[in-house]
Design a binder for this molecule. Structure first.
Ligand SMILES: Cc1cc2nc3c(=O)[nH]c(=O)nc-3n(C[C@H](O)[C@H](O)[C@H](O)COP(=O)(O)OP(=O)(O)OC[C@H]3O[C@@H](n4cnc5c(N)ncnc54)[C@H](O)[C@@H]3O)c2cc1C
Length: 410
């Protein structure tokens, strides 16, 4: 393959474009250019190599009533999008089958094992090794009960092959005294995980390197994809190449349907508030406050708090109640935050079995795809890009990609 059109410039598309280019392919990246639109902008920046359990698990189904937004939790469904999430939920329930869950976990263990090294490799390639901060991440509990339940659940869980955790010492816990109104009762710190210095900063650096090496960036939206690797943009212009890569996050669904390929993606929407003023130190790693359902991440651009899993359309407006709830959580913990923080909502691109789709279309072999990374798209973008570069070169990827075939959805 000499040339490829990459559709979608989120973290997955940006990483794939740079990797394909480094492998000698002539790459054109097409994206509408609204950087805040996709989850690549607003995520928690965590390189989550430990998250090997697919979310499609019976335990999560049983916990759903307690996790609901009405009960104070993060889970919600947009009623006006009921026609989207009802069929998706049926497929989700089927994916919770314990045999399928276990197969998914094995596949994610393999994919995630090399995810942090792959981040170092792409940051080096982009000439920005400082993008990756491999200082682990923490989960903290504020109550005795939460700590006891949380630590027991952590001890029973399976984590990644390259990650481990330990309880924080009292000296480590004491550091939270500077940024919270009380100390956590307990917390754990992981190794083998990390964060990026800033999610949008990381995407910008990858795209800048791509452009500097002569990559073509086209601002536009693809409205038509054909199996012969010909695409039409909204302005009526047409582009052709030897192949096309569909990596348009949740919007990949409609593009794949044009090719007769089922990709049952949904928008699993998350929210953030970000304060540019903060006293949270750069070396205090991303911390999940489990009982408060928020993740707190220090980026070069400020302090970001993220939460919620709200199923619906990726194009729907945000729900004001979610930002109010997020603010309430921040204030409960006593985190210093500006009065008018940046508010953002965006969609994780989620397939019913919470595994990404990475491969070459069996129906349309000139079409490659990389979407559906759900909660782990930042983590998995560089390793996905290496897999896509191998597929493009007709070499065997380092990871078995059979579990990620889109044809698993029929
Ligand atoms: C609140 C929140 C926190 C998260 N935290 C983490 C985390 O800590 N770690 C982690 O690993 N993951 C995290 N994620 C998930 C992660 O952000 C996503 O999985 C990832 O960003 C998906 O990237 P993507 O490139 O596939 O899609 P997107 O970011 O959605 O990008 C898709 C791009 O395609 C473009 N596009 C759409 N349609 C077209 C078209 N027709 N033509 C051309 N371009 C098109 C879009 O405009 C967009 O720019 C989080 C997500 C959320 C919402």
């Amino acid at each position: 393959m000499k040339s490829i059109l990459v559709i979608g410039g989120g973290l997955v598309g940006a990483a794939c474009a740079l990797r394909l280019q480094a492998a000698g392919v002539q790459v054109t990246l097409i994206d509408p250019g609204d950087k805040r639109r996709g989850a690549s902008y607003g995520n928690a920046g965590h390189i989550g190599s430990e998250q090997v359990a697919p979310w499609s698990a019976w335990g999560n189904v049983l916990r759903a009533p307690r996790s609901s937004f009405g009960a104070g939790g993060p889970l919600d469904f947009r009623w006006s999008d009921v026609a989207l999430w009802t069929p998706w939920s049926m497929e989700f329930l089927r994916a919770c089958d314990p045999v399928r869950f276990e197969r998914g976990r094995e596949a994610l263990i393999e994919l995630l094992a090399d995810s942090l090294p792959a981040w170092h490799r792409i940051a080096e390639l982009a000439g920005a090794p400082e993008l990756v901060i491999p200082h682990g991440h923490a989960t903290a509990w504020m109550t005795e009960r939460g700590a006891a339940d949380g630590l027991a659940a952590f001890a029973a869980a399976k984590w990644g092959r390259t990650t481990s955790y330990r309880e924080m010492t009292s000296a480590e816990l004491a550091r939270y005294g500077d940024v919270l109104n009380r100390l956590p009762t307990a917390a754990v710190i992981f190794s083998g995980t990390g964060q990026v210095s800033d999610p949008q900063g990381a995407r910008d650096a990858i795209l800048a390197s791509f452009a500097e090496r002569g990559g073509e960036l086209v601002v536009g939206s693809v409205v038509r994809v054909e199996a012969n690797a010909r695409v039409m943009l909204a302005d009526g212009s047409v582009r052709e190449a030897d192949a096309v890569l569909v990596c348009a996050g949740p919007w990949s669904r409609a593009l794949m349907e044009q090719l007769g390929v089922r990709a049952p993606l949904i928008g699993e929407r998350g929210y953030h508030l970000q304060s540019s003023e903060t006293n949270w130190p750069h070396d205090l790693p991303t911390t999940v406050f489990e009982e408060n359902f928020i993740a707190v991440s220090r980026f070069t651009s400020g302090l970001r708090c993220t939460s919620f899993v709200e199923f619906g359309s990726p194009d729907a407006p945000g729900d004001q109640r979610k930002w109010r709830r997020l603010r309430q959580r921040i204030d409960e913990l006593g985190i210093r935050f500006e009065a008018n923080p940046d508010r953002w909502v965006g969609s994780r691109p989620s397939l019913p079995d919470f595994m990404p789709a990475i491969g070459r279309s069996e129906r349309a072999p000139k079409v490659l795809y990389a979407f559906g990374h759900a909660h782990l798209g930042l983590t998995e973008a560089p390793i996905t890009a290496e897999i896509i570069a191998a597929i493009a070169a007709e070499k065997a990827p380092a990871v078995d990609i059979a579990p990620f075939r889109i044809e698993r959805f029929g």
